[in-house]
Design a protein around this ligand. Structure first.
Ligand code: NAD
Ligand code: MG
Length: 384
């Protein structure tokens, strides 16, 4: 049986992995919409290859170029933030939410409102919207499947069990490429060094998040919303090999873990085939070759991000949206050479101190908090 699918953020790293899986199982899928921010040529190429009905660029200025690349194809082309939301409202069996950042929130919410299945990679959307998003999921009876490898692992380890029996959920963290650097060394890290992840090949923003540990901080908040066991039952352990993607310990002392290669096609495949399994071309796990699995407690002095995220999660209200927005601004400034690596967490901390909005009640509230937090964080950018 063929199913319909739309992919938002189709030209990114998660988009690539998703389309690679669809390519290997072409007859099972009918592609409706594909989106990018501006990579018009790549988007048009993908839309042609996958015979999409619609291609959307988030940046309206890139629409003429997209139209040019699609001329004669019969594929519809649209552009702009509203066009993304409109595309996400077109009925499909499954939506893959793989835009990076809070920019993906409005289309993800529109996809959730369809009441079908949403595979969520766009963690920033869930971190910012929190209860506003989970309430939408419940209201529409939507199936929300986590793509993030840790949350996908936890989701798998919870199958057939009851969250009431969970003692601990342990998120594993690779620790990123700068795990062994001193604070002084961290201050001098360049964007090139920060994005050079030892295990995963990812987009620039999440690569920096992985180096600062904000990725794990965002994932902590993401886990809190996806798996309601309470913040005090969530913990983080550094596991540099990224073989165990996360674990669930139950009240009887049993711990279930999900293991796999560091290849996002594995968790994505589990969402595409859910509740079945599908073949992938991923390297099989060779534990004898890996040899050792090691574990460390996170060092929150050198990497304060997980502490800031835990505090924001406990504070609740608009704090997680503020943390996310400030981090997005700071990461962009770091990648642009405007600030030092260690200023990222400092800017996030100061933004959280200066701006403590009430809990957002609607999508518009979340977007307003996001905008205001960006204003606060941007005002703090100083030359490196
Ligand atoms: P990426 O930078 O490779 O791709 C991002 C995609 O979003 C691209 O298609 C880009 O065109 C689009 N985009 C960017 N800004 C946009 C905007 N303002 N409006 C509309 N579209 C926009 O990022 P990625 O690594 O694929 O990550 C995507 C999401 O998945 C992120 O939220 C990330 O945290 C999450 N994620 C990624 C990985 C990974 O291995 N790459 C793993 C887990 C979770
Ligand atoms: Mg992850």
């Amino acid at each position: 049986m063929t199913r319909t699918i739309s992919i938002f953020g189709a030209t990114g790293s998660i988009g690539d992995s998703t389309l690679d899986l669809i390519r290997s199982d072409r007859e099972s899928w009918n592609v409706v919409a594909l989106s990018a921010n501006c990579s018009a040529e790549k988007l048009a190429q993908l839309a042609r290859e996958f015979d999409a009905k619609l291609a959307v660029v988030g940046d309206e200025n890139c629409l003429p170029e997209l139209r040019e690349h699609l001329s004669g194809s019969g594929i519809e082309a649209t552009g702009g933030a509203e066009a993304l939301v409109e595309a996400a409202s077109r009925p499909v069996d499954m939506t893959v939410a793989a835009i990076v950042g809070c920019a993906g929130l409005a289309p993800t919410m529109a996809a959730i409102e369809q009441g079908n299945t949403v595979a969520l990679a766009n963690k920033e959307a869930l971190v910012s919207a929190g209860d506003v998003m989970t309430a939408k999921v419940a209201e529409h009876g939507t199936t929300l499947l986590p793509v993030d490898s840790e949350h996908n692992a936890i989701f798998q380890c919870l199958q057939g069990n009851d969250v009431a029996d969970v003692r601990w959920i342990t998120l594993t963290a690779s620790g990123g490429p700068l795990r062994e650097r001193s604070l002084d060394e961290l201050a001098a890290v360049t964007p090139e060094q920060a994005v050079a992840h030892p295990n995963w090949d990812m987009g620039a923003k999440i690569s920096v998040d992985s180096a600062t540990m904000f990725n794990k901080g965002l994932e902590f908040i993401e886990a809190h919303h996806l798996f309601p066991v309470g913040l005090d039952r969530l913990r983080i352990v550094v596991h540099p090999q990224s073989v165990i993607h996360s674990m669930v310990e139950y009240r009887d002392g049993s711990t279930l873990a999900q293991l796999g290669p560091s290849d996002m096609r594995v968790p994505i495949a589990s969402t595409l085939a859910h509740p079945r399994r599908m073949d992938t071309q991923c390297e099989p796990l060779d534990l004898a070759k890996i040899g050792e699995l090691t574990f460390f407690a996170p060092d929150e002095e050198r990497f304060p991000a997980t502490k800031l995220a835990r505090e924001a999660a406990h504070a609740g209200g608009g704090a997680p949206a503020v943390l996310n927005a400030a981090n997005e601004v700071a990461v962009a400034a770091f990648l642009d050479g405007q600030i030092r690596f260690t200023q990222i967490s400092a800017i996030v901390a100061r933004t959280l101190d200066n701006y403590a909005p009430a809990a957002p009640q609607s999508l518009d509230d979340v977007l307003a908090v996001d905008t205001e937090a960006r204003r606060h964080a941007s005002a703090m950018l100083e030359p490196a």
